[in-house]
Write a protein that binds this ligand. Sequence first.
Ligand code: SF4
Length: 314
Amino acid sequence: MNYFTEEKHYNTLNNYLRDRFGSKVFKIALNGDFTCPNRDGTISKAGCIFCSDQGSGEFGGRHSDSLEMQFNSIKEMMHSKWKDGLYIVYFQSFSNTYGPIKKLRKIYNDALGLDKDIIGLNIGTRPDCFNDDIYALLQELNEKTYLTVELGLQSMHDETLIKINRGHDRKTFVETVKILRKLGIDVVVHIINGLPGETEAMMIETAKFVNALDIQGVKIHMLYILEDTPLAKLYAQKPFPLLTLKEYADITVKQLTYLNDKIIIHRITGDPDRSQLIEPMWTLKKFIVANEIDKIMRKNNLYQGINCRSENHE
Ligand code: SF4
């Protein structure tokens, strides 16, 4: 089954959640005051070159507020636009499985207990932030709620992962996906288009690669340059070409055609913080980007998955 519409020729998260839970579902990003081994010095202090001091979670709650305060203020904001809905609590900033098991158990359970209408838990993290205790905890949580684990990959190409100072390789990512899937946990993969040195063919290969794994969702982002990041410094010293909106839309459409029609597209473009954004400014126009993608798909009668072949890159 797919969740395509006349308007959207791919599975949007919104349509999927509505179908599964029979209601609008809001994702509420909470800040659990985590850090990341790629920033705290365990792997590196520099972080991924694009990562800001918000740890790739620009729109979550404030870490100084309790989970309850964060949840309630975001919930209120959501309901000023939509009347009814259910909630997924989402730990987004930094690496949200990176911490002592006691803290993880408490924070996930506390978050799930914030409201009777919370139907899911979404945890964003790196593929190298797991151990047996964490897997066991996730398995437990998966039995009582709709759990999704979001893993950053960004690119399937190890040379790019080195260039962006990811601090893990593709193999680690594949191993983690396999374990999570063995436990029956839904996996959502983050990929970035427009990374330095990447060609269109490389980005499409990344889409084909994630399609060949047993994953349930994908988030596709455009690379953007935020202030006070290593990428901003690199760009100031030696500006490199960034994708135009049209190029991004064309590449993303091609990627969608290589993602099978069971995969849910959690994001089709990124959402930079305006106050920190250096380039490309078009990434602020989220709806225009999504419309451009829809237009190309409709005009060319393209659908998610139409070019999909099962390819195994392991
Ligand atoms: S893994 Fe995430 S939080 Fe850590 S440095 Fe990279 S983008 Fe930032």
